[in-house]
Design a protein around this ligand. Structure first.
Ligand code: PGA
Length: 237
C-alpha cells in the first residue's frame, strides 16, 4: 500500500484565532468519526505568523498532523529585512513548500532562488515540497542544482499546473490521467521519487487522482481551509 501525503496549503489565509478554530474543529470532527491514518502523512502549512501557535495547539490537542511552511528565505541569515530563514524554521516545521507558482507569479521568484532554498532546506533537515509547473521548469531545476537528482529521495515533488489552481485565473483543472502522465514523466527524469498532484483537489475528486499509479498525494489549497472538507479529502483518499 503506498504512503499518501496530504498537504493543506493555507496560503495567505487565517489569523491566529481562525487557525486555532480550524485545529479545534479538526480535532472534534476527528474524535467523533475517527479515520484510519495508517499510511497517510497529514501536513498543514499555515503562514509564518501562525506557525508557532499552530504547533502549540496541535501538540496540546495531540493532532496527527505535521506542520510545514509555505516559503523560506534563499539566504541563510543576516541583513535581509522581512525574510524568514531555514534555521528559524528548523524547530517549527518538518516540511516547507518551495517554488509555488504563486511565488513565481507575484513575487518574481526565479529558478535560482528555488535551488538556493532547496539547498538550505536540505542543510537544515526540512523536507522541501517542490512544486513543478511543467517539464521545462523541471529541466531548468535539474540543470541548476545537482541536489534535485542527488538528494531526490529527501524531496517531495508536486506536479501542479498553474492553470489547475483554483482562484488562480484561467481555471482549468487537470484530468487525473494527464496528471498521472506528467508525474510519470517527472519520475522518468529523476527516478523513484514521491510525487503529489496539486490543483483544485477536493473531497469529490481526490480518489480519482490517488488511484493513479504515479500519484502519492496532494497539495490542497482552497479545500484545506475548511477542516470538514479537508477531513473529507483524507477520508476519501
Ligand atoms: P487549490 O490550490 O487546491 O486551491 O487549487 C493548490 C495550491 O495552490 O497549492
Amino acid at each position: 500500500m503506498k504512503k499518501l501525503f496530504i498537504i493543506a496549503n493555507w496560503k495567505s489565509n487565517k489569523t491566529i484565532e481562525e487557525a486555532e478554530k480550524w485545529l479545534h474543529d479538526f480535532s472534534e470532527i476527528l474524535s467523533s468519526s475517527p479515520l484510519d491514518l495508517l499510511n497517510k502523512e497529514i501536513i498543514v502549512c499555515p503562514s509564518f505568523a501562525v506557525l508557532e501557535h499552530a504547533g502549540y495547539c496541535s501538540k496540546n490537542l495531540k493532532l496527527p498532523i505535521k506542520l510545514g511552511a509555505q516559503n523560506i528565505s534563499r539566504f541563510e541569515k543576516g541583513a535581509y529585512t522581512g525574510e524568514v530563514s531555514a534555521e528559524m524554521l528548523e524547530s517549527l516545521v518538518m516540511y516547507c513548500i518551495v517554488g509555488h507558482s504563486e511565488r513565481r507569479k507575484y513575487f518574481g521568484e526565479t529558478d535560482d532562488d528555488v535551488i538556493e532554498k532547496i539547498k538550505l532546506l536540505l542543510e537544515y533537515k526540512i523536507t522541501p515540497v517542490l512544486c513543478i509547473s511543467d517539464l521545462s521548469q523541471l529541466d531548468s531545476y535539474i540543470n541548476r542544482g545537482k541536489q534535485i537528482i542527488e538528494r531526490s529521495k529527501e524531496i517531495i515533488f508536486v506536479y501542479e499546473p498553474p492553470d489547475a489552481i483554483s482562484g488562480g485565473g484561467d481555471y482549468k483543472p487537470d484530468s487525473p490521467e494527464d496528471a498521472n502522465l506528467n508525474a510519470g514523466k517527472i519520475k522518468e527524469r529523476i527516478g523513484e521519487i514521491k510525487i503529489l498532484y496539486g490543483g483544485s483537489v477536493n473531497s469529490d475528486n481526490v480518489a480519482s487522482f490517488f488511484s493513479q499509479p504515479n500519484i502519492e498525494g496532494a497539495l490542497v489549497g482552497q479545500a484545506g481551509l475548511d477542516p470538514l472538507e479537508f477531513l473529507g479529502i483524507i477520508k476519501n483518499a
